[in-house]
Design a protein around this ligand. Structure first.
Ligand code: AMP
Ligand code: TRP
Length: 334
């Protein structure tokens, strides 16, 4: 078993869907928080590729996204010594456990999942996997007896379902699972679209000019920042309501440099938007270039496979034991 720092006792588990290249918003709002949490918790992170196939995917693109996402997380500071990072589908026990859990989950309970209701109402031709997906998520969580599951508020109901499934299973078959708790990640600094700064920067945005992706070439990142929408004034002042564009750039700058908004305002007192934008562009390009450099090193070396191969052995063994225990308790043995 991977040795964690012995002062760290509580564990967390996070699943990340491999949908497209992550944005500067994901990096500032979520990944930077994960990097901090790796010092406080034993941390398991996996790419939820089996969740991604609940909707149609292009197989070769999905394959690329999975590999690239692991490399990008490592490049952003997820430390393979402090985390167990792996690819969900490489551990077949998640699906095995999920089936046993499905046979212990009332149908009615799944029909109450708000994400399912929302997604199925938008596309009538959905697959059965979209409906049973929360049980697979419960399997992901319960396989490892973790304490907390850091998720955004939209996933809270799924973690509560996992907890209810565990309570019921423990009652019916004897103590089997640790009861997990949702750890609602405070919304980190929210980064807005560069063209429409009243809207969140999002992977799925139609206008690429407003979105910075971590693997964009640096010349285009610079161009996007220099072309960011700003108001007609000229003062570099934080005012989210009346100056959403400048305020967004100030937030980006503050989170990357660690400087306060106030000190940035002072630094740019009397200077114009052009000078400020150039500064922001330099900072973002520096940060992203460093990430890209590490990414290239990781994706082009055998380090990635080494990490994944070593980790999958560890997590398969943990999940296998849980599966065998469940089978035994349910009478599935010869
Ligand atoms: P998503 O890309 O919507 O799947 O979100 C993945 C994670 O990144 C979640 O924790 C989001 O809260 C966070 N995130 C996504 N977009 C932004 C943004 N523009 N600003 C800050 N955080 C974001
Ligand atoms: N369902 C989560 C999402 O869409 C991803 C996920 C899958 C997950 N399994 C998980 C998150 C287990 C936390 C724990 O974002």
């Amino acid at each position: 078993m991977k040795e964690f720092d012995s002062k760290v006792t509580k564990s967390i588990l996070t699943g990340i869907q491999p949908s497209g290249v992550i944005t500067l918003g994901n990096y500032i709002g979520a990944i930077k928080q994960m990097v901090k949490m790796q010092d406080e918790f034993k941390s398991i992170i996996f790419i939820a590729d089996m969740h991604a196939i609940t909707v149609n995917q292009d197989p070769s693109l999905l394959h690329q996204n999975i590999r690239s996402l692991v490399a990008l997380y490592l490049a952003c500071g997820i430390d393979p010594e402090k985390n167990i990072i792996f690819i969900q589908s490489e551990n077949e026990y998640h699906a095995n456990i999920s089936w046993l859990l499905e046979c212990n989950t009332p149908f009615g309970e799944l029909t109450r999942m708000t994400q399912f209701k929302d997604k199925s109402s938008k596309n009538a031709n959905f697959y059965a996997g979209l409906f049973t997906y929360p049980v697979l998520m419960a399997a992901d969580i319960l396989a490892y007896d973790v304490d907390y599951v850091p998720v955004g508020i939209d996933q809270k109901q799924h973690v509560e379902l996992a907890r209810n499934i565990a309570i019921r299973f423990n009652k019916k078959y004897g103590d089997t699972f640790k009861l997990p708790e949702a750890y609602i990640t405070k919304e980190g600094t929210k980064i807005m679209d560069l063209v429409t700064p009243t809207k969140k920067m999002s992977k799925s945005s139609e206008n690429q000019k407003g979105v910075i992706r971590l693997l964009d070439d640096t010349a285009s990142i610079r161009k996007k920042i220099m072309g960011a929408t700003t108001d007609s004034g000229c003062e570099v002042k934080y005012d989210a309501e009346n100056k959403p564009g400048i305020s967004n750039l100030l937030r980006i700058c503050a989170s990357i440099t660690g400087k306060s908004i106030l000190s940035l305002e002072e630094e740019f007192d009397g200077k114009n938007y052009g000078e400020f934008k150039k500064y922001v562009a330099d900072i973002v390009v520096d940060e992203v270039s460093a990430i890209q450099k590490k990414y290239e090193e990781i994706i082009n070396s055998d380090q990635l496979d080494k990490i994944l191969d070593e980790n999958i052995k560890v997590v398969r063994e943990i999940a296998r034991k849980k599966f065998m225990d469940m089978k035994q308790k349910m009478g599935l043995y010869k």
